[in-house]
Design a protein around this ligand. Structure first.
Ligand code: PLP
Length: 393
């Protein structure tokens, strides 16, 4: 994990990690500034425009004067729309008073961990996984307990490994499906088994479901639907991925009663509220037609073919079929270079920006992460450039 020099600063900063995607993006932008052509496969955001009916709703709200502070927990219209959305997409009964709104899904990750954990508590989280999990766990002084996602299981975990990591010190278990960075999707059986194991403990569950609508094969399953789980689970989703709204910064979650006030207190301490015109755009998104998100997924499906078939045609590279999100996580252990060095050389010499699997934990040390949120033409060019670089090694 990347850490920061703390001369003159708080010692605790050594425990705060980062999201490498933003570092690689900055390096790629610098190369572009120097006149180089770079194909961006590093950043995890849909490259589609936000559907125009959503932007129109925001513009109308701005003109109508929705430009002031509003309730920290979220405006009632959005809490209601999100409660209905979470209930209908998961098949659970969520009441609006348990739904909170924040500036993206990220604040829920950070503040749930802060609200739940004392130093010395243990938090189980997926490895490879979204880097903010480990960063936030370390920041609280809790102990990070990685749960390996296994390539041979299409990036599911082994329930026996989950069982062996659960203890009376486990305070929180984080699941993420569909997954960043692997594109893996947990199946109903794995989820049922996970619920059975976790329910023997007193741990909270944080189910990061920001890619819930991005599944290519099979059904999306939420652990919150398992018996007894809703009362201990933070069901996290948001506008960023499904509606191509990463820059709007709006996420929402159904949270257990006991966490409502602590989370609102964290939000009031740092952000006060999500801009009301963004929240009204969120209401339009959640209540609007799903044609555009569906069309986006069809495009991602075509790109997935190009990327996975392309990667599997390269020497030393093997790539599982991602069943969700828009990431491929190829194994490059049979190429002449370690994955982090290969990622660096792909950017510097071939102009293809990807991430090393180590940006997401130790288990992915032999992998790269490619976000296929780019045009089919650019994806084809990227595979060609990767092939040329590998052929020259
Ligand atoms: N969770 C996962 C698994 C993600 O991949 C991301 C973004 O990449 C987030 C949470 C954060 O999403 P948001 O933009 O809603 O903060």
């Amino acid at each position: 994990m990347t850490t920061t020099s703390t001369a003159g600063l708080a010692d605790a900063l050594t425990r705060l990690g980062t999201e490498t995607a933003f570092d690689v993006l900055a390096r790629a932008k610098e190369l572009e500034r120097q006149g180089r052509d770079v194909i961006h496969l590093e950043i995890g955001e849909p490259d589609f425009a936000t559907p125009s009916f959503i932007s129109d709703a925001a513009a109308d709200a701005l003109r109508a004067g929705h430009t002031h502070y509003v309730q920290t927990a979220g405006i009632p219209e959005l809490r209601e729309a999100a409660a209905e959305y979470l209930s209908s997409t998961r098949g659970i009964a969520v009441s609006p008073d348990r739904v909170l709104v924040a500036n993206g899904a990220k604040p829920f990750l950070f503040f749930t961990i802060l609200a739940a954990c004392n130093p010395g508590d243990e938090v189980i989280y997926p490895d490879p996984g979204f880097p903010i999990y480990e960063s936030a766990i370390r920041w609280t002084g809790a102990k990070p307990v990685p749960l390996p996602l296994l390539e041979e299981r299409d990036f599911a975990f082994d329930p026996a490994q989950l069982e062996s990591r659960l203890s009376d010190r486990t305070k929180l278990v984080i699941f993420n499906s569909p997954q960043n960075p692997t594109g893996g999707v947990l199946g109903a059986e794995e989820i049922a088994e996970a619920a059975r194991l976790v329910s023997r403990t007193g741990a909270w569950v944080l189910s990061d479901e920001v890619y819930s609508q991005m599944v290519y094969e099979g059904e999306f399953a939420s652990i919150a639907t398992e018996p007894g789980m809703l009362d201990r689970t933070i069901v996290l989703d948001g506008l960023s991925k499904t509606w191509a709204m990463t820059g709007w910064r709006c996420g929402f979650a159904a949270v257990p009663d006991a966490l409502v006030d602590p989370l609102v207190r964290f939000f009031v301490n740092c952000t006060s509220c999500v801009p009301p015109f963004v929240q009204l755009a969120g209401v339009a998104a959640l209540r609007g037609p799903l044609d555009e998100p569906r069309a986006m997924m069809e495009e991602f499906r075509r790109r997935r073919e190009i990327v996975v078939n392309g990667l599997n045609s390269l020497p030393g590279v093997s790539c599982r079929w991602p069943r969700g999100a828009f990431y491929a996580f190829p194994n490059v252990s049979e190429t002449p270079l370690p994955a982090p060095e290969l990622a660096d050389r792909l950017l510097d010499e071939a102009g293809v920006a990807v991430l090393a699997g180590t940006a997401f934990g130790q288990v992915g040390k032999d992998n790269l992460r490619l976000s296929y949120a780019n045009t089919e033409e650019n994806l084809e060019r990227a595979i060609e450039r990767m092939g040329d670089l590998l052929a020259g090694l």
